[in-house]
Design a protein around this ligand. Structure first.
Ligand code: NAP
Length: 179
């Protein structure tokens, strides 16, 4: 199976979303997401992003599939129609097995789980989760989905400076499994 990373943003109460979308609008934070998930050492390769069906639907149609990345959607609904060029798996483990195939190893450099709460709750418990990229927003939003506990298994390895954007302040942090 293939090792992977997680990347998300959460508010001061661990909230990550409301009514199927993001409760905040922070272009600088989205740019960070794009940079981390598209950056590759080998220009012949791309990274993969794995997301839950609801997160896929939360992305405006004109912005999906996320460009320059290999998009994978998780859905257990056999009637969910795979959008052109996007793979759908009904099981997280199977998506990691697929990404471990020699063809994927050759073409895909890194794998990122990008949400939402359902997928991340499974992903933070997985032994192949190597790193969590988490943006900490300092305000609280009225969210209905939350980032799960991960602190019992992960340690902070990096914490950036606080960034001010519009009325929000946030910082980028990275976590790795405790040795
Ligand atoms: N703050 C952030 O960085 C961030 C990032 C991403 C998303 N979000 C927010 O998070 C919210 C969406 O999160 P969510 O938890 O409601 O939904 P989600 O995790 O995006 O998607 C849930 C759906 O994924 C499928 N699924 C879940 N686990 C699966 C598994 N193990 N195998 C196969 N399919 C599986 C199911 O689809 P079917 O029902 O089709 O079977 C399930 O209904 C939105 O508000 C979004 O804006 C925030």
């Amino acid at each position: 199976m293939r090792e992977f990373n997680i990347i998300l943003a959460m508010d001061a109460a661990r909230g990550i979303g409301k009514k199927g979308s993001l409760p905040w609008h922070l272009p600088g934070e989205l740019k960070h997401f794009k940079n981390v998930t598209t950056q590759v050492d080998d220009p012949q390769k791309k990274n993969a992003v794995i997301m839950g069906r609801k997160t896929w639907e939360s992305i405006p149609e004109k912005f999906r599939p996320l460009p320059e990345r290999f998009n994978i959607i998780l859905s257990r609904n056999p009637d969910f129609v795979s959008p052109g060029g996007v793979l759908v798996f009904d099981n997280f483990e199977r998506s990691l097995e697929f990404l471990d195939s020699s063809g994927c190893r050759k073409n895909i450099e890194k794998v990122f789980v990008i949400g939402g709460a359902q997928i991340v709750t499974e992903a933070v418990k997985h032994p192949l989760c190597q790193r969590i990229y988490l943006t900490h927003l300092q305000k609280r939003y009225d969210c209905d989905v939350f980032f799960p506990d991960f602190e019992s298994r992960f340690d902070s390895v990096s914490q950036g400076e606080v960034v001010q954007e519009e009325q929000e302040r946030y910082y980028f942090a990275e976590y790795e499994p405790r040795k």
